[in-house]
Design a protein around this ligand. Sequence first.
Ligand code: 1GP
Length: 246
Amino acid sequence: MQTSIYTKIFKSKAEGKKLFAVLIDPDKFHSAEIISKAERAGVDLILVGGSIISDGNIENCIQTIKKITSIPVVIFPGNQLQISKNADAILLLSLISGRNPELLIGKHVVAAPLLKASGLEILSTGYMLIESGKQTSASYMSNTNPIPYEKDDIAACTAMAGEQLGLRLIYMDAGSGAQQPVSKSMITKVCNTISIPLLVGGGINTSEKALSACESGADIIVVGNAIEKDAELLDAISETIHSYKK
Ligand code: 1GP
């Protein structure tokens, strides 16, 4: 039987190994070359999704990726339309940093039968937007306020509540192309508060920033924009994340 993606994530965390996830925005996915490079670099997960998909197509994007690589493909949905049975799993996001009922439970009710029929592995995720210097697409589109940059306690209690509600992952996101990633102190505080795996993304555009997130306690480092701009970064960031030891 195939090991579930969650089992692999949880096992890596237990062994102190960090994972590297690359985010592909279907709107910006114009060349399959980046996927081949990700495969060669040893990327662990490919996330696919975006706040808005205007001229890209998530179905075509996932099919193309699946033809090239065996790296697990996980949907990171910008909305309830972004579901494809051709992926391996989906981050079922509940936006726990916000107070928009549609994104806490409403959209999930609408999507539930489709998700069940899809056969996708469902990774229920407490999604936390963190302030990063300027308003991000995710914050604007979700009509929610992110957690203030320096409010580590609020972030920790939010993540704790997510874990207590039974969510299986926490994702702290400074937003796509964030000016500054989530702070070291906030990642550390959240990491020390929960026992479920922690994803961190938004504005991680160098190996140094990836290392900083690892040192702070992130289990999965998510990089999108930086790779889209310069796919050569894949090797360096992957090496940094995979050679990290506590
Ligand atoms: C955005 O966390 C992801 O939701 C990735 O952000 O594109 O800034 O790497 P970047």
